[in-house]
Design a protein around this ligand. Sequence first.
Ligand SMILES: [Zn+2]
Length: 456
Amino acid sequence: MLPPGRYHRHVSTLLVTNATVLVTMDEHRTEIPDGGMFIRDGWIEQIGPSPELPAVADSVLNLAGHVVIPGLVNTHHHLYQTLTRAYAQDAELFEWLTTLYPVWAKLTSADVNVSARLGLTELAMSGCTTSSDHLYLFPNDARLEDEIEAAAQVGVRFHAARGSMSLGESDGGLPPDSVVEDEAAILEDTRRVIERFHDPAPGSMLRVVVAPCSPFSVTQDLMRESAALAREYGVTLHTHLAETIDEESFCVERFGMPPLAYAESVDWVGSDVWFAHAVHMSEAEIARMADTDTGAAHCPASNMRLGSGIAPVAEYREANVRVGLGVDGSASNDGSDLLREARQALLLARVRRQGMMPVRAALELATLGGARVLGRDDVGSLAPGKVADFAAFDLSRIEYAGAQHDPVAALLLCATTRAAYTYVHGRPVVSGGRPVNVELEPLIEEHNKAAARLLA
Ligand SMILES: [Zn+2]
């Protein structure tokens, strides 16, 4: 197996052709009827109406009857939680966490690996091509490598967030002492994984993110030192913030200020920072997010499942805050379907505002928005010079019957379907609706066994 994140292949060309409509998400939001792309070595060289593209390539993908979109970008997730779906069913965040921490304390390296293979496969089958993952506990022999290797095997682009928890129950934190780590060890291991795995180059398959878990599970010192470490290496920063009213109360009580002010007090705002959730933000705080170019990962299903609140996603867009989508969970969603998440975001924004966030804005959140949040300009849209990360959906399915007059809106408004094809860097990851690089049924069986052992 190749080392994670680095791929060396000989140059080859791929012609994508005859798509019913190809959504570019370029600066003019161009949608091309009978669209196609000419791709060389994983990079888009030409894009346009199919008859205008070169007729010959090493391989050809005929997408007649399909809508093609830029690969979806997932900005917040905890892949290991696929092992504890449908658990703590009626609990809000803090109770949900304290119920699950002891279960997660049993996670092994093999568990982290199988859950990441399963969750990333599920994401790829929903059209996702780039995912971040926030792994914030490392019990037993678990390592960040476990999910990095899984991403390389599935074939998706990956931003591995080296998470951490250091504030245990005995120090006034939420997690039990058994799942927190020593701060010096956290920083040392974070430095190790950045040096070993982070690839900042355009088209990178693997980047590392520094990601202490949340205000109620790490100390102010660790937040500050994590920010300094990330900036020493030029890597991005991620944490949970302003997810619930309980968290806001915790911050006011412990730090004397609400979550965003707390984050700013420990150097956690800027164009290299994004927060998961950012639900409870005032108008002034939304403006501060914009002024500091701090990003937000909107996770509508998780927020609804845990009764956390409704994030001001339309307001973020209007204020030009960088905002993308995250499936979160998967123990608080409990799925890894990013197209469905875009639909949830659309509907929930309309509930909050009692107004109309446009349909295509939801697709923009899931593509271009996510790319901006992760700090990438090479993914999230389809144009010459971008990597060939795309997904294709079959318009002949029953879900889209009656909506053929606008296949793009159909993806968001109709019941969502799995992607027929998902390509990352010009390579198939899902083909004919099936994952290409993993055996699906044995993977599900292996995953179910691991989940059963964990919950026993
Ligand atoms: Zn989360």
